[in-house]
Design a protein around this ligand. Structure first.
Ligand code: PA5
Length: 470
């Protein structure tokens, strides 16, 4: 029997939290027509426009074969694999590696790893690139340059640095150290890849960065590190099948979208806290944060009406952040929904030995396990939130494996797509990130009409006042 992840929304509901702080079941039922319409629109768009991600569990048989073949080759030839990418081109690969491989994967001796060491470089902090080059040997490293647009400055600057380092280290053989993952039909990276004869994987046009983990963007790094990529896709498919119904009480992603929508729009819950109680799922919170923020933070509806919607995702980790954030969650403003990610069966059992018998506060832990302690603390936090009238929900993974992680990824993608429909916004664009890019490149002196105009425009900003700089 395949293991299904489960969504438990009891602690979102008025039955638990009362009418003031919880959601009345009747309010969900009252939205039935709105929910069915959102579901219908997402379904009608399956595979079309920017909904290509919905096809990924079904249409990649050939690609998976190629990925596994290339991955085997990489494992045989290289001892390090580096992903160069940012945003959707990095957060998924990092989340899946953290979830499905050893928590100290890179530190394991070679024979205990499932593949080469993996580094995911998603920033241009100069110290970070220098630090990477300090710990890898480029002559035994394969670099996967991932950019759908093929023009992202951060990624392409990394490419230039790596290309230079490779040419110095291995000469003409640099070609065999670079793999491009990009759009088949547009952007500079595909042209470079063709000119340089790099091994290339394509990101389907209808798959946006933050929805791209289940295409070669994420699957190649995962396969290189020995992860069962077919298992990921099977999990996504199983979640997709579960969510084909438009009956909200039978479709976990639709139910979650409905509750998040009501919480956000009607109850002022403008923050969404993702709190995995498992280090393996820690980076899922980062991946979710991008998906949720970039997809739903919008200022116009599809019809162009001003709206300013979205809720701010917050990345946390249980139990660690109980000692950092929980005070705020239980006593601060009523503005958050907390989503716990719970793991039923961990891949390790850590027993706590007896000891310190003279100190009852410590001795009581003896004979228990970290497995028991972490879940007791999660339940304690859920209870504390309940008692203070705060909304929480729990997604349980029976265990963390490719199949359950595939379900989880696809679940959040669907929740995001449905919520975007409920909000009547374009879930798949990100116009709000453009201004900062143009301003940055204008300051760097880029000489195009757009950048020159931006430079002029930026000069009209008020002068900084000395009084405000201490
Ligand atoms: O979700 C998105 O579309 C973005 O976050 C992109 O993934 C990110 O900007 C990187 O873009 P690209 O893959 O074109 O380099």
């Amino acid at each position: 029997m395949k293991q299904e992840i489960r969504l438990d929304v009891n602690h979102m509901m008025a039955d638990f939290l009362g009418m003031q702080y919880g959601i009345d079941r009747g309010d969900v039922d009252a939205m039935s027509a709105h929910l069915k319409r959102a579901h219908a629109v997402v379904e009608a768009n399956r595979g079309k426009g920017m909904h290509g991600w919905m096809d990924l569990p079904y249409n990649q048989e050939k690609i998976v074969e190629k990925i596994n073949r290339v991955a085997a080759d990489i494992r045989a030839k290289f001892d390090t694999f580096v992903v160069l990418g940012i945003g959707g081109s990095a957060l998924g690969p990092a989340a899946v590696q953290q979830a499905l491989n050893h928590l100290h994967y890179n530190d394991l001796p070679k024979e205990k790893r499932n593949g080469p060491r993996l580094y995911i470089e998603d920033n241009i902090d100069p110290e970070r690139m220098a630090a990477l080059l300090d710990v890898i040997d480029v002559s035994t490293t394969c670099f996967n340059v991932i950019s759908k647009s093929g023009g992202t400055a951060e990624t392409m600057s990394q490419y230039l640095i790596v290309l230079d380092a490779l040419k110095k280290a291995v000469g003409d053989d640099y070609h065999s150290h670079i793999i491009a993952t990009t759009s088949e039909s547009r952007g500079h990276l595909i042209k470079l890849a063709q000119k340089e004869n790099y091994e290339t994987f394509f990101i389907p046009e209808g798959v946006g960065g933050r929805f791209s983990e289940l295409c070669p963007v994420g699957l190649l790094a995962a396969a290189v590190c020995g992860i069962d990529i077919q298992g990921l896709l099977d999990g996504a498919k199983a979640m997709d099948e579960r969510c084909k119904t438009d009956e909200v009480w039978d479709n976990p992603a639709l139910l979650d979208a409905a509750l998040m929508y009501i919480a956000m729009q009607d109850m002022g819950m403008n923050m969404s806290v993702m709190m995995p109680y498992a280090d393996s799922l820690k980076l899922m919170a980062d991946w979710y944060a991008q998906l949720w923020a970039e997809s739903l933070g919008k200022n116009v509806t599809k019809k162009g009406m001003a709206c300013n919607v979205g809720s701010t995702p917050i990345k946390t980790l249980g139990v660690t952040d109980q000692h950092s954030q929980l005070q705020l969650y239980t006593e601060g403003p009523y503005d958050k929904v907390i989503t716990f990610l719970k793991v039923e069966s961990f891949r390790a059992q850590t027993d706590i030995p007896h000891g310190c018998e003279e100190i009852p506060d410590v001795a009581f832990l003896g004979g228990k396990s970290h497995n028991q302690l972490i879940e007791a603390e999660r339940m304690g936090t859920e209870y504390a939130l309940y008692k203070s009238g705060r909304m929480s929900q729990t997604i349980t993974l029976p265990c963390v494996n490719a199949y359950t992680v595939g379900q989880l990824l696809y679940f959040f993608e669907l929740v995001t797509a449905y919520t975007g429909e409920l909000l009547d916004i374009d879930t798949f664009n990100q116009p709000g990130v453009e201004e900062s890019k143009v301003a940055a490149f204008a300051m760097l002196g880029r000489d195009t009409e757009k950048h020159n105009a931006k430079r002029d425009e930026m000069k009209t900003r008020p002068e900084r006042k000395k009084d405000y700089i201490l």
